[in-house]
Design a protein around this ligand. Structure first.
Ligand code: PEP
Length: 255
């Protein structure tokens, strides 16, 4: 049975003060529930300037933390970029790769996303590979071919073995930050498609791979999404900034 994962994506939100309050509330509500045998793993992906603060506050906690982006390069003249080994230096274990805001606003191509996925793997980080179609692509009936293209780009660079321990996040672009959520049936169909596509390469790996859903997950829709057989948790943006909402989403993943 796959362990559920609820990952918060703080995006470019937070401050020393608000992070302190939010993380303290999360620790208080979740730490006791997240033992070694827990059916749930919880992760927060935070802005880079706060790595040291988050590392310190989450020291001894079962809540993991991660980054929202990583360079595909090891080091060098890449002003403003952050390497995988720098993430490692702070005890970061996970990193979002190819979030739709990075693909859409910063022009990250499938090729760059695949290179970043590989850089994360090489450094021993757990990549959370984000894939998803735009509204126009869904309405044109090309959702599966878009997802296939995004997955295949990573397969080409990292091979199927790159997906061991990795996480895939299905995030329809039209549902991110819009308040529109894919219905459980819509999301399940794409999750099953992703699993089936990877199972053509390695059935055992596909069966244990965690595929989480992202796109306006809230306390009141999480349970029905997480009840779907191929939905292994959520990637949560806006609602991860409100401790009561995020905790309720985590509780929905345990029920
Ligand atoms: C996200 O940032 O990955 C996301 C899913 O955002 P939201 O939950 O706000 O739609």
């Amino acid at each position: 049975m796959r362990q559920k994962l609820v990952a918060g994506n703080w995006k470019m939100h937070g401050s020393l003060q608000s992070n302190q309050i939010l993380l303290a509330q999360l620790r208080e509500s979740l730490d006791a529930k997240l033992g070694a045998q827990s059916r749930l793993e919880v992760l927060v992906c935070v802005p880079a300037p706060y790595f040291a603060q988050v590392q310190s506050i989450l020291n001894g906690s079962s809540i993991a933390w991660g980054a929202q982006n990583v360079s595909q390069h090891k080091s060098g003249a890449y002003t403003g970029e952050i390497s995988a080994s720098m993430l490692q230096d702070f005890g970061c274990r996970h990193v979002l790769i190819g979030h739709s805001e990075r693909r859409g606003m910063y022009g990250e191509t499938d090729f760059e996303v695949a290179a970043k996925f590989q850089a994360a793997k090489m450094a021993g980080l757990i990549p959370v590979l984000c894939v998803g179609e735009t509204l126009q692509e869904r309405e044109s009936g090309v959702t599966e071919s878009v997802i296939a293209r995004q997955i295949d780009a990573v397969l080409e660079v990292s091979g199927i073995d790159g997906f061991w321990q990795a996480v895939v996040a299905y995030e329809p672009v039209w549902a991110i930050g819009t308040g529109k959520t894919a219905s459980p049936g819509q999301a399940q169909a794409v999750h099953a498609y992703i699993r089936q596509r990877l199972s053509q390469h390695h059935a055992g790996l596909a069966e244990q791979l965690r595929i989480v859903y992202g796109g306006s997950v809230k306390a009141d829709n999480a349970a029905e999404l997480f009840a779907m057989p191929d939905i292994d948790g959520g990637l949560v943006g806006g609602a991860s900034l409100v401790s009561a909402e995020f905790v309720a989403i985590c509780e929905a993943a345990c029920s």
